[in-house]
Design a protein around this ligand. Structure first.
Ligand code: RIB
Length: 301
């Protein structure tokens, strides 16, 4: 299947900490690494490793990180011929990992220089694709233009609204599958996502125009609708070492499974299994599993 990812490429500067610093405080970190990341690039790479043909539209800077970010995708069979070198700096993410969980500060750099023009001049890629995947580390108007184009051409449009941002209401009617985590859903809707409110949250996104909504809940699994029926997807238990890219791998795996004709339940199982492998490894692109690894883990259960 053919997947077009429109999104970010970042260089992740990662350090593990035993204490989260307060304002004005210095703490020691360890195991510093630079890792290829960015939600868009992670989703593109995850999809390629799971067996899809993947092309990407994005932007990197004319700095040392730019070529390295592109090469990492190219070496994993992602077509980056439409990832342009614009501006001075590539996207850069400062990531601290504390007890397996991460916090991220992102400088969007070149990612933010993408424009609707990059979408319009690459219409052929939209025609080629079966599925379009986007996130929100690029300008919202670019996501809007791409979602509209994808929908007009009858493609399956997936939006992972991460990190959460204010979105024009119109965008939801161009989205076939919306995959936020609970924090992003909270910010988009303006209320806390709890066991009581999540059914309402899914209904509200559906009323806005999304057919399929999956709210991921970290170690609690996810909640999703199958038409009007709402269910809870369980996670695969594992030792959590680093949650970076867990959400990205979930989105890519879900896209592949749905594209291959699996049911929503099967797709969620495949996606959860994929991200359970990711959280057991360190880093973003470095933690993404191959199709064989996911299938082996699926068969163990
Ligand atoms: O989802 C994980 C990604 O978010 C990291 O790779 C980092 O670049 C940030 O964009």
């Amino acid at each position: 299947m053919n997947i077009l990812v429109i999104g970010s490429l970042n260089m992740d500067l990662v350090m593990e900490v035993e204490k989260i610093p307060k304002l004005g405080e210095t703490v020691f970190g360890k195991n510093f690494k630079t890792v290829h990341g960015g939600k868009g690039a992670n989703q593109a790479l995850a999809a390629a490793k799971l067996g899809a043909n993947v092309k990407m539209i994005g932007a990197v800077g004319k700095d040392v990180f730019g070529e390295s970010l592109k090469n990492n995708l190219k070496n994993n069979s992602v077509d980056v011929s439409k990832v342009e070198n614009i501006g001075l700096t590539s996207g850069t993410a400062l990531i601290t990992v504390y007890q397996g969980d991460n916090s991220i500060i992102l400088e969007q750099g070149a990612n933010f220089k993408l424009s609707a023009e990059h979408i319009n001049k690459n219409e052929k890629l939209f025609e080629w694709a079966d599925t379009i995947i986007m996130q929100l580390e690029i300008p919202v108007d670019v996501v809007m233009t791409a979602a509209k184009k994808g929908k007009e051409l009858g493609k399956y449009v997936i939006l992972n609204p991460a990190p959460a941002q204010k979105l024009p209401c119109e965008i939801f009617k161009y989205v076939d599958a919306l995959i936020p985590n609970e924090h992003e859903a909270e910010q988009l809707l303006g209320y806390e996502i709890t066991e009581k409110t999540c059914v309402n949250a899914i209904d509200e996104f559906k009323r806005k125009g999304c057919e399929q909504v999956i709210i991921t809940l970290g170690e609690k699994g996810c909640i999703y609708n199958n038409k009007d029926f709402i269910s809870v997807g369980k996670i695969y238990r594992t030792d959590v070492i680093d949650t970076t890219a867990a959400g990205d791998s979930f989105v890519a795996a879900y896209a592949i499974a749905i594209g291959e004709g699996k049911s929503i339940e099967e797709a969620i199982k495949f996606a959860s299994c994929t991200s359970s492998i990711v959280v057991n490894r360190k880093g973003a692109s470095t933690s993404l599993p191959t199709r064989k690894e996911v299938e082996t883990r699926l068969n163990e259960k």
